[in-house]
Write a protein that binds this ligand. Structure first.
Ligand SMILES: [Zn+2]
Length: 386
């Protein structure tokens, strides 16, 4: 019998090697396309990013199989932590290969915030779903309302206002000047202008706190004219109607439908969970449709003159190229495809429309194969015992 500490250590190493090997193999087509056009490389990188999910599932399955070897409640947490530690260690080195600008410190802080926000949202949901009684009482409604407020605070970004040193950067004065200029021209009141330190080039609008955030990488890459069109896009988001804001918030709060899991299961058994899921997905779909329409609207407001259209198109292309994001996806996500956004802005790229990223890589299947074989072996062994 292995000592729990030895087992955990072995699992960290196994999960790290396993994840690194598979993710590295998935990156191979991207590496081989080194000298090709950036849109071609971005296609392969996107596929590698999608494959990560399967690698993660594979690592989790290995942990589960290790636990099944000797089911012990006290080992659930150490095994889960060991598998995650291995996976994330591998992910750091893979991310560094894709983007050498990542430092361990920055990468960890990003992971910390991502996990923190997800944990806060899922934790709030789990707390309400777990506490709601079979017959919904006044206290339950109050708890759900509190959860809705907590989730709204997280989604709206209000918490960013109390973050020390936020948005202050060597680039901030330049962004401040352009945001002021654009806001004055549009006849809009004061808008916060923040620069976020980041290795990705991006911009985002927090409409609930009237803030425009541009990352340091985008500030370095764009000239003033390009930055102005990007700010005009984000300002368009700040000028969305109350209805749109409510729809956006409702999309995020829709998960609260799961707070009613217990009363629904009590009344219509476990099939009820399906109806809750359907309801949540429906509300989310409606909110997404509104958000997509708003991206089209913001794109159309990014250029205020005919000359600005191509400038905006070039700004977008720079961001996509730096982030190695595909110019055409297999289906539209939140934004239209870059190629279409550029054409709509009045600039047809000087390369043909790229194909969407390949759907899958053989490594996705390879990631699940070893744990599956392990499960089969465990099944055969326990069947042999019977
Ligand atoms: Zn937008």
């Amino acid at each position: 019998m292995l000592h729990p500490a030895v087992l955990s250590l072995l699992l960290v190493i196994a999960s790290a090697l396993y994840s690194y090997l598979l993710m590295s193999l998935t990156l191979r087509p991207w590496r081989l396309a080194r000298n090709e056009h950036w849109t071609e490389r971005a296609r392969w990188l996107w596929m590698a990013r999608v494959a990560r999910f399967f690698v993660f599932l594979g690592a989790v399955a290995i942990g589960t199989a290790a636990w099944l070897e000797r089911p012990d409640d006290a080992m659930v947490l150490p095994i889960a932590l060991a598998v995650l530690a291995g996976y994330f260690t591998a992910l750091f080195f893979i991310d560094r290969r894709i983007e050498p600008r990542y430092t361990l410190r920055f990468w960890l802080s990003l992971l910390f915030w991502k996990i923190g926000i997800v944990y806060a949202l899922v934790g709030t949901l789990a707390w309400t779903a777990y506490s709601t009684s079979v017959q919904v009482t006044g206290t339950d409604w109050l708890r759900i309302a509190v959860a809705a407020v907590v989730m709204s605070v997280i989604y709206s970004g209000v918490w960013l206002l109390v973050l020390p040193g936020r948005g202050k950067n060597a680039h901030t004065p330049r962004l401040r000047q352009i945001v002021d200029e654009v806001a004055t021209k549009a006849g809009v009141g004061p808008v916060r202008a923040w620069v976020a330190e980041s290795v990705t080039a991006n911009a985002v609008a927090f409409m609930f706190i009237r803030s425009i955030v541009v990352t340091s990488r985008a500030m370095e890459a764009l000239n003033d004219d390009e930055l102005r069109t990007l700010v005009q896009h984000e300002l368009a988001h700040l000028r969305e109607s109350l209805f749109v804001r409510c729809a956006r918030l409702l999309g995020g709060l829709s998960w609260l439908g799961f707070a009613f899991t217990r009363p629904v299961v009590h009344r219509i058994e476990y099939g009820g969970v399906f109806w809750i899921f359907l309801g949540v997905m429906l509300v989310r779909r409606l909110a997404q449709n509104v958000a997509k329409r708003m991206e089209n609207r913001a794109d159309s407001m990014s250029a205020t003159t005919n000359d600005e259209g191509p400038v905006y198109a070039r700004a977008l292309e720079k961001l996509y190229e730096l982030n190695q994001m595909p110019a055409v996806m297999s289906r539209r996500l939140l934004h239209p495809h870059l190629y279409d956004r550029m054409t709509a802005a009045g600039l047809t790229p000087d390369y043909p429309r790229p194909a969407p990223p390949p759907k899958r890589h053989w490594t996705s299947l390879a990631a699940l194969l070893p744990p599956m074989l392990w499960f089969f072996w465990l099944g055969f062994r326990s069947a042999g015992k019977l």
